[in-house]
Design a protein around this ligand. Structure first.
Ligand code: APR
Ligand code: PHB
Length: 393
């Protein structure tokens, strides 16, 4: 069929990667169309992580989508790491002079969709069977079904921003793709609770019963997690059982965890994954489509934003100056940061979780690392500079 839609960059997936890319491209005068398989309501309410590095926050503000973020996001100047009931504050302000902002990913998504539509952008929701075609040939396009019709979007470049389970990565032939993967023998059970947070700053806690995290969303909403078996059924976890584990694992002398109604709960497995290269012909992967980090470092959304920053500057060189070097170097440039963040996310994960059936030697090494974090300014600084995020290129 002949293409019935045309743009410069066809973006598959309207998560943080696809939406920020579209925003950045618009500011460069580059046209894009977003194709999303879910409904608008679904992507705007899907609960995900909520920590923005300072570089991510600055970028959203500079690109004109940060008004609500500035008003409702909570700026944090530190986080707490707790080992066996002893709490240690990592002071971002003193160690890095930078901060993080706690603001739900779905709020970022809402703000970006609103600005995209207000600016006259094209976002097609509930698109089925999106498939990039001819990405190594002269006429790249994306075929898909929408509103019961077969359609085709002709574009010079396809951006695969369709998350870990998307279709774009699968287009890259096996022979040229290297995949790196690590599964963890635990998952996170996350809850959203209608109760004022019992803490001003996040608490990451190691406890012999397993990891726990106290995060927040607003003055009335808390977000908490406990380490569980990745295959555990959420049905095994009554609200009472969840609160009782949180009470045990987060307990610290002189501190009380307030409980409240659980609005939402789910178990997620944890994984580290990277595919190399993140590009094939005129297909470029960004965000979870190319890599996954375990959530302990709070990096998923930030890494997606970092990728599309690199992609935008490469696409600007290409569309405005016909220079292809930036596009050719896209994967290599992104992977520098991706692997730095993989290391940090893995380090935080191994530092804070109980390794099921772990050997006693490994536990003693972990304990030594925890003591080092608790006592060494150098180690705290390492954690702080990675947590607030290295500068965006
Ligand atoms: N066709 C169209 N859209 C698709 C398809 C497809 N075949 N497959 C997936 N999608 C959509 C998903 O519905 C989702 O809205 O792509 C989007 C991908 O968004 P995310 O999964 O949020 O991934 P990304 O934008 O890379 O953001 C990374 O999201 O998963 C979290 O923790 C992760 O914070 C990180 C961030
Ligand atoms: C969250 O608020 O959902 C959150 C915070 C920190 C993390 C992961 C998730 O490391």
């Amino acid at each position: 069929m002949a293409a019935d839609l045309e743009t410069q960059v066809g973006i598959i997936g309207a998560g943080p990667a696809g939406l920020v890319l579209s925003r950045l491209l618009r500011l460069q005068g580059i046209d894009s169309v977003l194709l999303e398989q879910r409904s608008r309501a679904y992507v705007e309410t899907r609960i995900r992580a909520g920590v923005l590095e300072q570089g991510s926050t600055d970028l959203l503000i500079e690109t004109g989508v940060g008004d609500r973020l500035m008003e409702e996001g909570a700026v944090h100047h530190g986080v707490n790491l707790q080992f066996d009931g002893e709490r240690h504050r990592i002071d971002f302000a003193a160690l890095t002079r930078r901060h993080i902002t706690v603001y739900g990913q779905q709020e970022v998504v809402k703000d970006l969709i609103a600005s995209e539509l207000a600016d006259g952008g094209t976002v097609l929701f509930e698109v089925e069977d999106a498939a990039p075609t001819d990405v190594t040939g002269p006429n790249p396009s994306v075929t898909f079904r929408h509103d019961g019709r077969d359609r085709e979007l002709s574009c010079a470049v396809v951006a695969g921003c369709d998350g870990f389970h998307g279709v774009c990565r699968g287009i890259i032939p096996h022979e040229v793709l290297t995949e790196y993967e690590r599964d963890y023998p635990f998952g996170w059970l996350g809850i959203l609770a209608a109760v004022a947070p019992s803490t001003e700053e996040l608490i990451y806690a190691y406890h012999p019963r397993g990891f726990a995290l106290h995060s927040l969303r607003s003055p009335e909403l808390s977000r908490l997690y406990v380490q569980v078996d990745p295959h555990d059924d959420i049905e095994n976890w009554s609200d009472e059982r969840i609160w009782s584990e949180l009470q045990l694992r987060l307990a610290s002398p002189g501190w009380t965890l307030e409980e409240g109604p659980v609005l939402e709960k789910a178990v997620t497995a944890m994984r580290s994954y990277v595919c190399e290269p993140m590009q094939h012909g005129n297909l470029f992967l960004a965000g979870d489509a190319a890599h996954i980090v375990p959530p302990t470092g709070a990096k998923g959304m930030n890494l997606a934003i970092a990728d599309v920053t690199v992609l935008t500057s490469a696409l600007a060189d290409w569309f405005h100056r016909s220079e292809r070097a930036g596009l050719d170097a896209y994967s290599r440039r992104c992977l520098e940061r991706v692997w730095r963040v993989q290391d940090f996310s893995n380090t935080m994960t191994e530092l804070m979780h109980v390794i099921p059936a772990g050997d006693p030697f490994a536990r003693q090494i972990q304990r030594a690392k925890q003591r080092y974090v608790a006592t060494s300014a150098a180690m705290q600084r390492t954690i702080a500079e990675n947590y607030v995020g290295l500068p965006l290129s």
